[in-house]
Design a protein around this ligand. Structure first.
Ligand code: SF4
Length: 274
Protein backbone atom coordinates (compact mmCIF):
# COMPACT_ATOMS: atom_id res chain seq x y z
CA UNK A 1 0.00 0.00 0.00
CA UNK A 2 1.40 3.40 -0.90
CA UNK A 3 1.79 6.27 1.50
CA UNK A 4 -0.94 8.47 -0.06
CA UNK A 5 -3.48 5.67 0.16
CA UNK A 6 -2.53 4.94 3.75
CA UNK A 7 -3.03 8.58 4.66
CA UNK A 8 -6.39 8.72 2.91
CA UNK A 9 -7.54 5.58 4.68
CA UNK A 10 -6.37 6.92 8.05
CA UNK A 11 -8.66 9.94 7.55
CA UNK A 12 -11.72 7.85 6.71
CA UNK A 13 -14.34 8.42 9.46
CA UNK A 14 -15.64 4.88 9.16
CA UNK A 15 -12.54 3.69 11.02
CA UNK A 16 -12.64 3.88 14.81
CA UNK A 17 -9.52 5.70 15.86
CA UNK A 18 -7.01 3.50 17.68
CA UNK A 19 -9.39 0.53 18.06
CA UNK A 20 -6.54 -1.87 17.30
CA UNK A 21 -4.45 -0.56 20.19
CA UNK A 22 -6.55 -2.28 22.84
CA UNK A 23 -7.96 -5.34 21.12
CA UNK A 24 -6.85 -8.95 21.43
CA UNK A 25 -5.90 -9.22 17.71
CA UNK A 26 -8.32 -12.08 17.22
CA UNK A 27 -9.65 -10.64 13.95
CA UNK A 28 -11.52 -13.83 13.02
CA UNK A 29 -13.72 -13.26 16.07
CA UNK A 30 -13.85 -9.47 16.02
CA UNK A 31 -17.11 -7.63 15.40
CA UNK A 32 -15.32 -4.49 14.22
CA UNK A 33 -13.34 -5.67 11.20
CA UNK A 34 -15.20 -3.23 8.91
CA UNK A 35 -14.27 -0.34 11.21
CA UNK A 36 -10.63 -1.19 11.83
CA UNK A 37 -7.93 0.51 9.78
CA UNK A 38 -5.41 -2.13 10.73
CA UNK A 39 -7.64 -4.95 9.51
CA UNK A 40 -8.44 -3.12 6.26
CA UNK A 41 -4.77 -2.51 5.53
CA UNK A 42 -3.88 -6.10 6.28
CA UNK A 43 -6.73 -7.69 4.35
CA UNK A 44 -6.08 -5.49 1.33
CA UNK A 45 -2.47 -6.66 1.28
CA UNK A 46 -3.61 -10.25 1.80
CA UNK A 47 -6.07 -10.10 -1.12
CA UNK A 48 -3.27 -8.94 -3.39
CA UNK A 49 -0.79 -11.44 -2.07
CA UNK A 50 -2.25 -14.29 0.05
CA UNK A 51 1.25 -15.39 1.03
CA UNK A 52 1.81 -12.14 2.92
CA UNK A 53 0.04 -13.60 5.98
CA UNK A 54 2.47 -16.42 6.26
CA UNK A 55 5.03 -15.70 8.95
CA UNK A 56 7.47 -18.04 7.22
CA UNK A 57 7.23 -16.08 4.04
CA UNK A 58 9.39 -13.16 3.05
CA UNK A 59 6.22 -11.33 1.96
CA UNK A 60 5.13 -11.14 5.60
CA UNK A 61 8.33 -9.35 6.63
CA UNK A 62 8.25 -7.14 3.55
CA UNK A 63 4.75 -6.02 4.45
CA UNK A 64 5.73 -5.39 8.06
CA UNK A 65 8.71 -3.37 6.91
CA UNK A 66 6.57 -1.33 4.48
CA UNK A 67 3.95 -0.51 7.10
CA UNK A 68 6.70 0.53 9.51
CA UNK A 69 8.42 2.72 6.88
CA UNK A 70 5.15 4.40 5.90
CA UNK A 71 4.20 5.00 9.51
CA UNK A 72 7.57 6.59 10.24
CA UNK A 73 7.12 8.84 7.20
CA UNK A 74 3.68 9.87 8.46
CA UNK A 75 5.02 10.59 11.95
CA UNK A 76 7.87 12.70 10.52
CA UNK A 77 5.46 14.76 8.44
CA UNK A 78 3.08 15.28 11.36
CA UNK A 79 5.96 16.24 13.66
CA UNK A 80 7.29 18.72 11.09
CA UNK A 81 3.85 20.31 10.73
CA UNK A 82 3.64 20.75 14.51
CA UNK A 83 7.22 22.03 14.77
CA UNK A 84 8.38 19.03 16.84
CA UNK A 85 12.06 18.11 16.54
CA UNK A 86 12.41 14.32 16.33
CA UNK A 87 16.18 14.27 16.18
CA UNK A 88 18.05 13.17 19.31
CA UNK A 89 21.64 13.86 20.27
CA UNK A 90 23.91 10.79 20.83
CA UNK A 91 23.75 11.47 24.60
CA UNK A 92 19.95 11.55 24.49
CA UNK A 93 19.88 8.30 22.50
CA UNK A 94 22.16 6.65 25.07
CA UNK A 95 20.07 7.87 28.00
CA UNK A 96 16.91 6.74 26.23
CA UNK A 97 18.30 3.25 25.62
CA UNK A 98 19.44 2.96 29.22
CA UNK A 99 16.02 3.96 30.48
CA UNK A 100 14.26 1.54 28.11
CA UNK A 101 16.42 -1.34 29.27
CA UNK A 102 15.69 -0.47 32.93
CA UNK A 103 11.94 -0.42 32.21
CA UNK A 104 12.14 -3.74 30.36
CA UNK A 105 14.00 -5.33 33.28
CA UNK A 106 11.52 -4.02 35.83
CA UNK A 107 8.53 -5.17 33.76
CA UNK A 108 10.00 -8.65 33.40
CA UNK A 109 10.72 -8.96 37.12
CA UNK A 110 7.33 -7.71 38.29
CA UNK A 111 5.44 -10.43 40.26
CA UNK A 112 2.45 -10.24 37.87
CA UNK A 113 4.77 -10.70 34.94
CA UNK A 114 6.42 -13.73 36.53
CA UNK A 115 3.01 -15.23 37.33
CA UNK A 116 1.86 -14.70 33.74
CA UNK A 117 4.98 -16.44 32.44
CA UNK A 118 4.43 -19.28 34.88
CA UNK A 119 0.94 -19.64 33.42
CA UNK A 120 2.43 -20.01 29.91
CA UNK A 121 4.52 -22.90 31.18
CA UNK A 122 1.61 -24.44 33.14
CA UNK A 123 -0.52 -24.55 29.99
CA UNK A 124 2.25 -26.22 27.98
CA UNK A 125 2.72 -28.80 30.70
CA UNK A 126 -0.99 -29.44 31.13
CA UNK A 127 -1.44 -30.14 27.43
CA UNK A 128 1.65 -32.36 27.35
CA UNK A 129 0.45 -34.34 30.37
CA UNK A 130 -3.17 -34.66 29.27
CA UNK A 131 -2.98 -35.65 25.63
CA UNK A 132 -4.56 -39.07 26.37
CA UNK A 133 -7.55 -37.32 28.01
CA UNK A 134 -8.37 -35.53 24.78
CA UNK A 135 -8.05 -38.67 22.73
CA UNK A 136 -10.40 -40.46 25.13
CA UNK A 137 -12.94 -37.61 25.11
CA UNK A 138 -12.81 -37.43 21.32
CA UNK A 139 -13.40 -41.17 21.09
CA UNK A 140 -16.37 -40.93 23.49
CA UNK A 141 -17.92 -38.02 21.62
CA UNK A 142 -17.46 -39.75 18.27
CA UNK A 143 -19.04 -42.99 19.39
CA UNK A 144 -21.94 -41.19 21.11
CA UNK A 145 -22.45 -39.21 17.94
CA UNK A 146 -22.38 -42.33 15.75
CA UNK A 147 -24.78 -44.19 18.02
CA UNK A 148 -27.05 -41.12 18.12
CA UNK A 149 -27.40 -41.40 21.88
CA UNK A 150 -30.41 -39.35 23.05
CA UNK A 151 -30.48 -36.62 25.70
CA UNK A 152 -27.36 -34.65 24.75
CA UNK A 153 -26.20 -32.54 21.87
CA UNK A 154 -22.82 -34.11 21.18
CA UNK A 155 -22.04 -31.79 18.33
CA UNK A 156 -22.55 -28.80 20.59
CA UNK A 157 -20.37 -30.39 23.27
CA UNK A 158 -17.58 -30.95 20.79
CA UNK A 159 -17.87 -27.35 19.56
CA UNK A 160 -17.78 -26.00 23.13
CA UNK A 161 -14.70 -28.01 23.90
CA UNK A 162 -13.02 -26.88 20.71
CA UNK A 163 -13.86 -23.23 21.49
CA UNK A 164 -12.44 -23.55 24.98
CA UNK A 165 -9.19 -24.97 23.61
CA UNK A 166 -8.93 -22.16 21.07
CA UNK A 167 -9.53 -19.51 23.74
CA UNK A 168 -6.86 -20.98 26.03
CA UNK A 169 -4.42 -21.17 23.12
CA UNK A 170 -5.12 -17.62 21.94
CA UNK A 171 -4.55 -15.93 25.29
CA UNK A 172 -1.85 -18.21 26.67
CA UNK A 173 1.05 -15.94 25.63
CA UNK A 174 -0.95 -12.77 25.02
CA UNK A 175 -1.66 -12.22 28.73
CA UNK A 176 2.09 -12.04 29.38
CA UNK A 177 2.73 -9.84 26.32
CA UNK A 178 0.01 -7.33 27.26
CA UNK A 179 1.23 -7.22 30.84
CA UNK A 180 4.74 -6.47 29.62
CA UNK A 181 3.41 -3.54 27.67
CA UNK A 182 1.34 -2.31 30.63
CA UNK A 183 4.26 -2.59 33.05
CA UNK A 184 6.70 -1.03 30.62
CA UNK A 185 4.73 2.21 30.25
CA UNK A 186 5.54 5.38 32.15
CA UNK A 187 2.31 7.25 31.58
CA UNK A 188 2.50 10.98 31.91
CA UNK A 189 -0.36 12.09 34.14
CA UNK A 190 0.55 15.74 33.61
CA UNK A 191 -0.62 15.73 29.99
CA UNK A 192 -4.16 17.10 29.85
CA UNK A 193 -6.75 17.06 27.07
CA UNK A 194 -8.73 20.11 25.78
CA UNK A 195 -11.08 19.82 28.73
CA UNK A 196 -8.22 19.79 31.21
CA UNK A 197 -8.65 16.09 32.03
CA UNK A 198 -5.69 13.69 32.08
CA UNK A 199 -5.51 11.38 29.07
CA UNK A 200 -6.47 7.73 29.68
CA UNK A 201 -3.37 5.75 30.64
CA UNK A 202 -2.08 3.42 27.95
CA UNK A 203 -0.89 1.07 30.69
CA UNK A 204 -4.48 0.70 31.96
CA UNK A 205 -5.66 -0.11 28.43
CA UNK A 206 -3.06 -2.85 28.01
CA UNK A 207 -3.75 -4.19 31.50
CA UNK A 208 -7.45 -4.33 30.65
CA UNK A 209 -6.73 -6.44 27.56
CA UNK A 210 -4.64 -8.77 29.75
CA UNK A 211 -7.46 -8.95 32.31
CA UNK A 212 -10.04 -9.80 29.64
CA UNK A 213 -7.73 -12.54 28.39
CA UNK A 214 -7.50 -13.89 31.95
CA UNK A 215 -11.31 -13.75 32.41
CA UNK A 216 -11.93 -15.63 29.18
CA UNK A 217 -9.21 -18.17 29.89
CA UNK A 218 -10.71 -18.93 33.32
CA UNK A 219 -14.10 -19.48 31.67
CA UNK A 220 -12.51 -21.74 29.06
CA UNK A 221 -10.74 -23.81 31.72
CA UNK A 222 -14.13 -24.10 33.42
CA UNK A 223 -15.54 -25.67 30.23
CA UNK A 224 -12.61 -28.09 30.07
CA UNK A 225 -13.19 -29.07 33.68
CA UNK A 226 -16.81 -29.86 32.92
CA UNK A 227 -15.99 -32.14 29.99
CA UNK A 228 -12.74 -33.61 31.22
CA UNK A 229 -13.47 -34.38 34.88
CA UNK A 230 -10.44 -36.65 35.21
CA UNK A 231 -8.21 -33.65 34.52
CA UNK A 232 -10.00 -31.88 37.39
CA UNK A 233 -7.31 -31.24 39.98
CA UNK A 234 -4.71 -29.84 37.64
CA UNK A 235 -7.36 -27.72 35.88
CA UNK A 236 -8.48 -26.35 39.22
CA UNK A 237 -4.86 -25.52 40.09
CA UNK A 238 -4.49 -23.63 36.81
CA UNK A 239 -7.72 -21.72 37.42
CA UNK A 240 -6.62 -20.76 40.93
CA UNK A 241 -3.29 -19.53 39.54
CA UNK A 242 -5.10 -17.42 36.94
CA UNK A 243 -7.48 -16.02 39.53
CA UNK A 244 -4.54 -14.95 41.70
CA UNK A 245 -2.88 -13.40 38.68
CA UNK A 246 -6.10 -11.52 37.93
CA UNK A 247 -6.19 -10.08 41.46
CA UNK A 248 -2.53 -9.10 41.23
CA UNK A 249 -3.10 -7.25 37.96
CA UNK A 250 -6.18 -5.51 39.36
CA UNK A 251 -4.12 -4.36 42.35
CA UNK A 252 -1.28 -3.11 40.12
CA UNK A 253 -3.69 -1.33 37.75
CA UNK A 254 -6.75 -0.32 39.81
CA UNK A 255 -8.18 1.82 36.96
CA UNK A 256 -7.77 -0.83 34.26
CA UNK A 257 -11.28 -2.29 34.38
CA UNK A 258 -12.77 1.20 33.89
CA UNK A 259 -10.55 1.99 30.88
CA UNK A 260 -12.73 2.70 27.85
CA UNK A 261 -11.35 0.90 24.79
CA UNK A 262 -12.33 2.70 21.58
CA UNK A 263 -15.20 0.81 19.95
CA UNK A 264 -15.35 -2.05 22.41
CA UNK A 265 -16.52 -0.16 25.50
CA UNK A 266 -19.14 2.55 25.77
CA UNK A 267 -20.76 4.28 22.79
CA UNK A 268 -19.48 3.32 19.33
CA UNK A 269 -18.02 6.47 17.79
CA UNK A 270 -18.64 7.81 14.28
CA UNK A 271 -20.61 6.46 11.36
CA UNK A 272 -21.17 2.72 11.14
CA UNK A 273 -20.80 2.84 7.38
CA UNK A 274 -18.61 5.02 5.22
S1 SF4 B 1 -9.82 -4.28 16.28
FE1 SF4 B 1 -10.61 -6.24 15.60
S2 SF4 B 1 -10.19 -6.29 13.41
FE2 SF4 B 1 -8.91 -4.71 14.29
S3 SF4 B 1 -6.92 -5.70 14.72
FE3 SF4 B 1 -8.20 -5.80 16.56
S4 SF4 B 1 -9.23 -7.77 16.46
FE4 SF4 B 1 -8.47 -7.31 14.40
Amino acid sequence: MDFKKLRKMAGDPKFISGIYNYCDRWCERCEFTSRCLNYSMTSEDDARDPASRDIQNQAFWDRLHNVFRETIQMIREDAKERGIDLEMSPEEVKAFEKEESRKRREAKNHPASKAAWKYVKMVDKWFDDNKPLFEEEERKLNSAFLMELPGQDHEEEAALLQDALEVIGWYQHQIWVKLQRALHQDDDDDLLDDEGKPYPRDSDGSAKVALLGIDRSIEAWGVLRRYLPTGGDSILGTMVHLDRLRKRVERAFPAARAFVRPGFDGPIPGPAEA
